[in-house]
Design a protein around this ligand. Structure first.
Ligand code: ADE
Length: 225
């Protein structure tokens, strides 16, 4: 899978993909992530990428031409399955969307800034709009990093233990059960006995019960879905 991220703040994404699972996925050729600075596609002496909003009001709007030029230069090299705009007024990211997108081949992610992008791009070029939650970030870069991480870690070969993505929270709309490691006792804080007893069937049942109980208590909305 290939992910191309278009941004006016490439520095914000520096290093975001060169650690841990994302690094391993790229080293193994499972995914490649490319960050593109929009600025060279801007116009005039200052490579302007934004302009005043028609109709007035505070805040600048990202201009159509640089975005279209950058996207079309990418599309001239390969076909893309989706052009995704990260925006607080998009559909809210969840595990199901990450799963869906992990099955795609090539994605373009657009990071908004200022008041957002000229709406015509959303109407004519963008194929999907995604928010990472009901709060406003200063730009789409961190949201693009979150989305990229959520997708890439699902790709076969990205994780050491191939089965571990399946036991993540949300994979079955349940929160994950609690986990423990050695020592079995620390300051009198004990690991639940069932986990050290070796009865794998009983452990599976216990974990499922814990998942249900935690979901009911912390995220009852997931059980209604
Ligand atoms: N840009 C600014 N805030 C955002 C959010 N919550 N999700 C996605 N993109 C954003």
């Amino acid at each position: 899978m290939r992910i191309d991220i278009v941004t006016v703040q490439p520095g914000l994404l520096e290093g975001a993909f060169s650690h841990s699972i994302l690094k391993r996925a790229q080293d193994k050729g499972v995914a490649s992530v490319h960050v593109h600075d929009l600025r060279p596609f801007g116009s005039g002496k200052h490579f302007q990428v934004d302009d005043y909003a028609y109709g007035g009001g505070a805040g600048m709007v990202m201009r159509l031409e640089p975005l279209v030029a950058c996207i079309e230069s990418l599309q001239s090299e390969r076909t893309y399955d989706e052009v995704i705009y990260l925006t607080p007024d998009g559909e809210r990211l969840n595990q199901g969307i990450a799963n869906q997108l992990s099955l795609k081949g090539n994605l373009i992610l657009l990071c908004g800034h200022y008041k957002g992008i000229d709406h015509r791009l959303r109407e004519h070029v963008v194929t999907r709009e995604i928010s990472i939650g009901d709060y406003v970030l200063s730009g789409g870069e961190l949201a693009a990093a979150v989305l990229t991480d959520a997708i890439v870690r699902l790709l076969p070969g990205a994780m050491n233990d191939e089965t571990s993505a399946l036991s993540d929270s949300f994979q079955d709309n349940l929160l994950a059960p609690p986990v423990y490691t050695r020592p079995a006792e620390f300051r009198g804080w004990k690991v639940p006995e069932i986990l050290t007893g070796g009865d794998t069937k009983a452990i599976d049942v216990w974990r499922h019960q814990q998942s249900l109980e935690r979901t009911r208590r912390i995220r009852p909305d997931l059980l209604e879905e």
